[in-house]
Design a protein around this ligand. Structure first.
Ligand code: AKG
Length: 337
């Protein structure tokens, strides 16, 4: 079926398509109304589709091609680049290692991981130049060098969109446009390439709990999600149902994470989502593979995060104590892997 250009409107969940060029290049009134619409979406559902983001479809296509080539490498080459520790959060994660979850009890996580692995593999790529935490690049051969070049550039491209995006949120909240710049300029963000292999349909039939990616909310400030045309991403509605976030061509799904919700004193929502089998009913007994690329943004790790101005009347209304951004993320990651 043709993709809905209008976004999602189902079970009280609204995910609008927002044209970012109106913020970037529009006159003052379109800029204001676009910023307001973006903030409004973040307050209502925590999700939106961004069109005309400034990142070209060709750039995204190149990233997906390079990502597929990477995951096509022999398992032992990928394992040599394995993810090692939450403080670094870089490297290759094979099937079943990460079980994204809201659980924080290690025993519970062990149990979940044993019973229901995520049917996916990922490569985590952090900011370059962090002392003691190099990225795990396959840059020992020519294709690997090309891959490395493309992903380094894309990391910076997405960092720039994060800066612009937070400028819109600042305008929406009535702050000076550059309010968040001091939180975004370092770019302590993580690029995650995801590959969900093709899977026997019977996996889902025989196990109603089976998922490609378990339900979770994201940890940081905002996530930029690029998805292919296969589908399978679902978002929790206010009526507690799962609603499909159908791929809309040439848009980026952007959602708020837990730390932004906390920062906004819960005026912005960090909404649960997951990835399940695609909607198609293939003739074959397999569901097709799926690729996606997520860019997880965080406030710079050295920043203190406490309730934003305007989100509380008196100090007693602040729901959370101040917390350091980097410590917050490391704690969440340590509980997940
Ligand atoms: C995650 O990796 O946190 C995701 O939610 C991935 C979503 C997707 O692959 O569409």
């Amino acid at each position: 079926p043709p993709a809905p250009a209008t976004g999602v409107e189902e079970d009280g969940l609204s995910i609008p398509v927002i044209d970012f060029s109106l913020f970037l290049h529009g006159d003052e009134s379109s800029k204001q109304s676009t910023a307001k619409a973006m903030l409004n979406a973040f307050q209502k559902s925590g999700f939106l589709y961004l069109s005309n983001s400034g990142i070209s479809p060709e750039t995204v296509k190149t990233v997906f091609i390079q990502s597929a080539k990477f995951f096509d490498r022999p398992e032992e080459e990928k394992d040599a680049l394995a993810w090692d520790r939450p403080e670094s959060n870089r490297g290759y994660v094979a099937f079943g290692r990460e079980k994204v979850t809201q659980a924080t009890d290690p025993e519970e996580i062990k149990r979940l991981r044993a019973s229901n692995p995520d049917y996916k593999e990922t490569l985590e790529i952090g900011r370059e130049g962090v002392e003691g935490s190099p990225n795990h690049w396959p840059d020992y051969d020519e294709p690997g060098k090309e891959f490395t070049k493309v992903m380094k550039a894309f990391h910076l491209t997405c960092k720039n969109l994060h800066i612009q995006f937070m400028r819109a949120i600042a305008v929406g909240m009535g702050f000076p446009e550059t309010f968040f710049d001091e939180y975004t300029k370092g770019g302590d963000n993580n690029l995650r390439l995801l590959h969900y292999p093709q899977l026997l349909k019977s996996v889902f039939k025989d196990n109603t709990e089976a998922v490609r990616a378990g339900h979770h909310s994201d940890y940081g400030s905002v996530t930029l999600l690029f998805q292919d045309a296969v589908g399978g991403l679902e978002v929790k509605s206010p009526q507690n149902t799962w609603v499909r976030a159908t791929p809309v061509p040439d848009t980026i799904v952007i959602n708020a994470g837990d730390l932004l919700a906390r920062w906004s004193n819960d005026t912005i929502k960090s909404t649960n989502h997951r990835v399940v089998q695609p909607p198609c009913e293939p003739e074959s007994d397999m569901y097709p593979e799926r690729y996606s690329v997520a860019y997880f943004c965080n406030p710079d790790f050295d920043k203190l995060i406490e309730a934003l101005p305007g989100t509380y009347a008196t100090d007693a209304d602040k729901k959370y104590p101040a917390i350091n951004s980097g410590n917050y993320l490391t704690q969440r990651l340590a509980a997940t892997y």
